[in-house]
Design a protein around this ligand. Structure first.
Ligand code: F6R
Length: 592
């Protein structure tokens, strides 16, 4: 959802550093890129397209000055064109601004500014900001005060960085409902949409709250509240290393992150003591309510089966974007669990806000210090390291493990922890099927529609398999409860539609096999996921991905998803798509 960077460096050109940082944010948007630096004048290079392509044409790192701002765009207002790329400027090109978020009242502001004589060059909502700053600077305000007055006019969400030719040693940043962090290096100061972008320069991070502003200058960092009072903020030391945000020999971040999953799960398992401490603080809840989006929603669905199965607590799973529309019966006996890897998803944050202390809230999060961690009463960190690929993989399995640990601790059935210890080995076995999965990908890559089916714990796995396929291969896919097919979608099944059947051993196994027979009878090609001892599935499926472990379906969701991630990854690559940057999507969705 757009990424922004700002920096003031010491005796160093800013443009190459900005370029390097903004590349780390490309997962947030890749419709266009732009950099502005300031010395005696503001110089800007920007265009639509991915960073490497734009850089090849424009030499983005060839700009003077030791301070500046940069942006990658995920278009909301206006097509991805050069004109709509950030940074945006005022009428006199003396102010430049980058923005992440949505300005809801930009039309009224724009109309008013046009009446006052301002000239606009883009179709974006963002462009009103430099013009507002210009207006207030023309009235005699400095950049900081003019920015404060400008954002006072804005309804909606924003993280911004602004520079002005008149104050060439200053970057002003502000946030409301879009993430913005501040980095403190050695006489070098940064603002950024997230920490991995600046890790090569510093791991000392300050998290801004809504309505706070930051002023970077040669003298350091100053953070102010909405009234302009200087405030002191805690500096966090991030334990992620710069290497974690590199591809490490893999063709794509997604493939690297798929392979990191056994390690990711091991790291999450180490959180057990932290989770026990949190559970000790819990009172007795009589209802659990998960809120999440996308892949995190699928992890939450597994949570429903677990909490109802292990603790018999009624558990709802609500899409965060729908949370505000259902009459939520929340009270102090309800625990609302928000699952969000980024901790910055606008829908999930909105849901947390809507709870408004009516119930206790717990956030299960990857990004340390992200907004969700500050909104919730309790926080569990999942610790798989930074995830750069747009499609969630390792954070999904880590979310699952955190949910398993939580359910086990809350149920007191600690003997089940042993089952989780073997999961990293099962995951490694699943990763060894990569060549077979490549062959299956080759066979089905031209299909126009896919179905993924499963029952019980395997139903969310089927949904997650379908979501991965949709987002990185652009093939239409449905994740369906296997038993529900006959109530409608069976009409769509024919010999052109591959059906992936997730059928581990356990309670749901036999019925899933009946559903496999039903789709086969309509001509479907079946790709089966099941035990290596499952002779029936092996004989029914056209292609079979076998798991040597005999673990029950209750614990299968973590490693059974791996072949589905790999299948999508290889189909994506075979179709010439960049799986790290699927079209129209962004890693962190900071708009509602
Ligand atoms: C899919 C994917 C998205 C996210 C969703 C929620 O691969 O990554 O569906 O799961 O946008 O994001 P978080 O977990 O950051 O709240």
């Amino acid at each position: 959802m757009c990424g922004i960077i700002g920096c003031i460096l010491y005796n160093k050109k800013a443009a190459p550093v900005l370029l390097n940082c903004v590349k780390k944010l490309e997962y947030r948007g890749y419709d266009s890129v732009g950099i502005a630096t300031s010395s005696s004048i503001i110089k800007i290079k920007k265009d639509s397209g991915k960073i490497d392509d734009v850089h090849e044409n424009l030499n983005l790192d060839d700009l003077p000055g030791d301070m500046g701002i940069a942006h990658v765009r995920w278009a909301t207002h206006g097509l991805p064109t050069k004109e709509n790329s950030h940074p945006h400027t005022d009428c006199k090109n003396k102010i430049a601004v980058v923005h992440n978020g949505i300005i809801e009242n930009y039309k009224e502001i724009r109309d008013q500014l046009i009446k006052e004589g301002h000239q606009f060059k883009s179709e974006t909502d963002t462009e009103v900001i430099p013009h507002l700053i210009e207006k207030y600077m023309d009235m005699g305000n400095d950049l900081e005060s003019a920015t404060r007055l400008a954002i006072g006019n804005i309804e909606g969400s924003y993280a911004i960085a602004a520079i002005s030719r008149d104050e060439p040693n200053k970057v002003v940043g502000a946030r409301k409902e879009s993430p913005l962090i501040v980095g403190k290096g050695n006489r070098e100061y940064f603002i950024a949409s997230d920490a991995p972008a600046i890790l090569e320069h510093t791991n000392k991070i300050i998290y801004l709250e809504d309505h706070e502003m930051v002023i970077l200058s040669d003298e350091g960092i100053e953070i102010k509240d909405s009234d302009g009072n200087v405030i002191k903020k805690e500096i966090f030391t991030i334990d992620w290393t710069p290497d974690m945000a590199k591809k490490g020999g893999y063709d794509h971040f997604m493939l690297k992150e798929i392979h990191e999953q056994p390690e990711a799960v091991k790291n999450t398992l180490k959180e057990i003591n932290e989770i026990k401490k949190i559970v000790q603080k819990f009172k007795k809840f009589n209802r659990i309510c998960f809120v999440a989006c996308g892949t995190s929603y699928h992890a939450s669905l597994i949570g429903k089966y677990l909490f109802e199965g292990l603790i018999a607590i009624p558990t709802d799973v609500i899409l965060a974007s729908e949370f505000g529309y259902s009459a939520e019966a929340l009270d102090e006996n309800t625990l609302v669990i928000a699952i969000t890897q980024s901790g910055e998803t606008a829908d999930t944050l909105k849901a947390l806000k809507l709870v408004n202390h009516k119930a206790k809230t717990l956030a299960i999060v990857n990004v340390v210090g992200s907004t969700a961690t500050r909104e919730a009463d309790y926080v569990i960190y999942i610790r798989p390291g930074p995830e750069i690929g747009v499609a969630a993989t390792k954070t999904y399995v880590s979310q699952l493990v955190a949910i398993y640990l939580l359910a086990i601790c809350m149920s007191g059935k600690e003997e089940l922890l042993e089952k989780l210890q073997n999961i990293p080995d099962y995951m490694r076995n699943a990763l060894e099927k990569e060549d077979l999965i490549k062959e299956i990908a080759m066979k089905y890559k031209d299909a126009k529609d896919f179905f993924f089916i499963g029952r019980g714990f395997s139903y969310p796995t089927a949904m997650e398999g379908a979501l991965k396929l949709k987002e990185i291969t652009y093939i239409h896919a449905e994740g369906y409860a296997a038993g529900e097919l006959k109530h409608g979608p069976l009409a769509l099944i024919d010999d052109d539609v591959p059906v992936v059947a997730v059928a581990p051993p356990g309670k749901s196994h036999e019925k899933t096999l009946s559903n496999v027979e039903e789709v086969k009878a309509r001509g479907a090609h079946v790709i089966g996921l099941g035990s290596s001892e499952d002779e029936v599935l092996k004989s029914e499926a056209h292609d079979m991905i076998e798991f040597e472990d005999k673990i029950d379906e209750m614990f299968s969701s973590i490693h059974y998803v791996i072949p589905l991630q790999l299948l999508s990854y290889y189909i994506s690559v075979m179709k010439g798509i960049d799986p790290d940057h699927p079209k129209n999507l962004a890693k962190c969705v900071t708009v509602e």
